[in-house]
Unconditional design. Structure first.
Length: 718
């Protein structure tokens, strides 16, 4: 088979291709994730990005790695401790996986520190200084001392480490400094520990127009004599701990809210998974920490001179526009403006898809706010997975309930690291009279759907919103997602059954449009792939395009291998984990995998099937979804898959969004059969999909303007 023209510039496989062993049909999930995080780190090295944006990528890489240890590594450590020999899809035991993970994670952390050193030098050249404690001049020393006395010292609580003072509990992600001291009066040695509470800013900005920051741990070390008067400081070093932060759901939990409140408290005291030591820590101090915190399950590592790389994002708030991306203001869909901002009138006239962050999330909020204020709206139903801390979505639902409407909110308590925030929102919603439902104990409700029932002309009409992302106004500014609005009656009936399934465990029957997991989504996806296999074997054009965050599920991967063997041309855009081995002769010759990493985080899930006519084309079957292709999404979550049949929306998603992702050669990486990702070399006419959508309006949101100028479609390029 020939390579499609739209990806003709991607690197070809090596002349001596990788040939898999019998157990090498899949890449390891954890190592694939680490490869993704290395691609994130590479963006911190990208000279095309402004310096503070590169610093932000470095921070994201650090945050990702923290969560990886707190959840994924903690899970493998738990299996190892319980002698669970469950093998991964690629045939590795937990111990074998941990060995490979730790080696690669150590290399990644070394790279992080190297990148930090390079960025620090470049920032110095740009008059943006992150100072070392020995680089403070006399001019600012007095100010820093006063700041330390007034703003830092009152919060600190030094604790002696001796038989009368047992080693204190260090919280998850807790940063501390340990000191080796000698009392001047009698030469008595003593060790002290100072925890740095999260209430203290990680970086202190010195006064003046020139940007100068000092880390709080450097500040504490510098003014240690003020903390320990009458002592000589012989050594001081920072350390940090990461703890097991996963929450296991017990089937016998009778009260899910009480269970999660207790589980969140337990998580803060989870076992130590990683102990990070500042490079150059004196051996005696390191020995104390290893003894107190270095249990059999603890991974101990030297992590450079700056621990907690994730905190570097605090520095990006500095007002230095010359070091940041040019600000981008999302557009509001013209189609809704043409109806004087009436969302219901615009949706009733024609289905609309909104492409975030290029088009503002405000349109979703406007839809909910209008529903809350409209006297003809009688009911609102909404799933909430992640809503953020300052959630206008929650405010709209509360306003609707206070206005006397029937409001139901499905709040997912199992949204990792948002459990506490979601408990808070659930309490606020219940106080306002919202019917709050928590869904299934052992399944997460991950589908993002809002349903509004409105009285029109003596009957009721249902308006729906389907999102590929969360109802989170902050992440909607940086995640690329789709918001689909429709008043299609059949879709509305299906959505109502979905809510009944989650709130009342009433299993849906006779769904017309939506496929749901864990019921039938896997089966319907498999059938769509089988249809393409049948087209290929019959000599008809056979093609699949799919965009998602992760591809892990072995059964679906095997089905894709079968499709490749039959001659189906498969192009996958997978930002993160990919366990499928592409371009392996005899296994996946016709499968190509790329990853796009850039200014925005690619998050939408889109699947397209040629249906015997090839891609792209008017006859293609196009779907949006809340699900990635992972076992948990098919088997342990409530997810949706929705066909897109409206011609304009169909064209926008297929001919614009999907084709642009395949055409991109400025932010793309191609996955090889050996598991290595190579950055794509831009062609003669480089194409950046993020820049394209920042400068070109969408099809479905353009309204009458669509008829006045040529349609902006990329189909010709494909």
């Amino acid at each position: 088979m020939t390579r499609p023209a739209h990806v003709a510039h991607l690197p070809e496989p090596d002349d001596d291709p990788f040939t898999p062993e019998p157990n090498d049909r899949y890449f390891n999930r954890e190592l694939s994730w680490l490869a993704f995080n290395r691609r994130v780190l590479e963006e911190a090295c990208n000279p095309a990005h402004p310096l503070l944006e590169r610093l932000r990528f470095l921070s994201i890489c650090g945050s990702n790695l923290d969560e990886f240890f707190m959840v994924r590594v903690a899970g493998l450590k738990g299996q190892q401790a319980q002698a669970v020999e469950r093998r991964s899809a690629d045939g590795l035991t937990p111990g074998q996986q941990l060995g490979a993970i730790i080696d690669e994670a150590d290399r990644l952390m070394e790279s992080q520190q190297a990148v930090w050193g390079d960025l620090r030098t470049l920032l110095d050249e740009a008059a943006f200084h992150i100072l070392r404690r020995d680089a403070i001049d006399g001019e600012h020393d007095a100010w820093l001392e006063q700041h330390f006395r007034d703003q830092v010292s009152p919060i600190l609580t030094p604790q002696a480490l001796d038989p009368a003072h047992p080693f204190p509990f260090i919280p998850n992600r807790g940063l501390s400094v340990i000191f080796d001291l000698e009392r001047v009066s009698d030469g008595e040695p003593i060790r002290e520990l100072v925890m740095l509470p999260g209430t203290i800013p990680r970086f202190v900005r010195l006064p003046g127009d020139e940007v100068r920051y000092l880390s709080v741990e450097a500040l504490v070390k510098r003014f240690a004599p003020l903390i320990f008067p009458g002592y000589i400081v012989h050594g001081a070093a920072a350390f940090r701990v990461l703890r097991d932060s996963d929450i296991e759901i017990e089937e016998e939990a009778e009260d899910l809210v009480r269970y999660f409140k207790n589980a969140i408290k337990r998580r803060r005291r989870g076992r130590v998974i990683r102990l990070e030591l500042e490079t150059g820590m004196p051996d005696a101090l390191a020995a104390v920490l290893k003894s107190e915190l270095g249990g059999a399950e603890t991974i101990i590592t030297e992590s450079g001179h700056l621990l907690g790389i994730t905190d570097l994002d605090k520095l990006t708030d500095e007002d230095r526009p010359d070091l940041k991306f040019v600000p981008f203001t999302p557009r509001f869909p013209e189609r809704i403006r043409e109806f004087d901002g009436d969302c219901f009138a615009a949706i009733a006239a024609k289905d609309i898809v909104v492409h975030h962050p290029y088009e503002t999330f405000e349109v979703v909020l406007a839809f909910l706010k209008q529903a809350a204020a409209d006297p003809d709206v009688v009911a609102i139903k909404q799933t909430l997975y992640r809503a953020g801390k300052q959630s206008a979505v929650i405010a709209a639902l509360i306003a609707a309930a206070e206005a006397g409407k029937s409001v139901t909110a499905v709040v997912e308590l199992k949204a990792r690291f948002d459990e506490e925030q979601n408990l808070h929102w659930a309490s606020a919603l219940e106080r306002a009279g919202v019917q709050v439902v928590y869904g299934f104990i052992d399944w997460k409700t991950h589908a993002k759907i809002a349903l509004v029932v409105r009285r029109e002309n003596g009957s009721f009409r249902t308006y729906c919103h389907f999102g590929t992302g969360n109802y989170h106004p902050v992440t909607a500014r940086v995640y690329t997602d789709l918001s689909y609005f429709t008043a299609d009656a059949a879709i509305g009936r299906d959505a109502a059954q979905l809510f009944n399934y989650v709130t009342g465990y009433v299993e849906p029957h006779g769904l017309n449009c939506i496929s749901l997991s864990p019921l039938d989504l896997r089966r319907h996806l498999t059938r769509l792939i089988n249809d393409e296999i049948a087209h290929a074997r019959a000599g008809r054009p056979a093609a699949m395009w799919a965009k998602m965050n992760s591809l892990v599920d072995p059964a679906i991967i095997d089905k894709l291998y079968e499709a490749s063997d039959a001659g189906v041309e498969i192009d996958l855009v997978i930002r993160g984990i990919c366990c499928l081995r592409p371009q392996v002769p005899g296994l996946s010759d016709n499968v190509r995998v790329k990853s796009v990493i850039g200014r925005f985080l690619e998050h939408s899930r889109i699947w397209a099937f040629g249906a015997g006519k090839g891609l792209p084309g008017d006859g293609a079957k196009v779907f949006i979804s809340s699900a990635d292709w992972m076992p948990r999404n098919f088997d342990r979550r409530v997810e949706y898959m929705l066909p897109i049949t409206n011609p304009t929306v169909h064209d926008q998603i297929l001919d614009q969004v999907m084709v642009a992702n395949l055409l991109d050669d400025e932010q793309s990486w191609v996955l090889g059969p050996d598991g290595q990702y190579d950055r794509v070399t831009p062609g003669d006419k480089p194409f950046n999909l993020h820049r394209y959508f920042m400068t070109n309006p969408s099809l479905s949101g353009r309204g009458a303007a669509l008829e006045k100028v040529p349609t902006l479609s990329l189909r010709a390029s494909a």
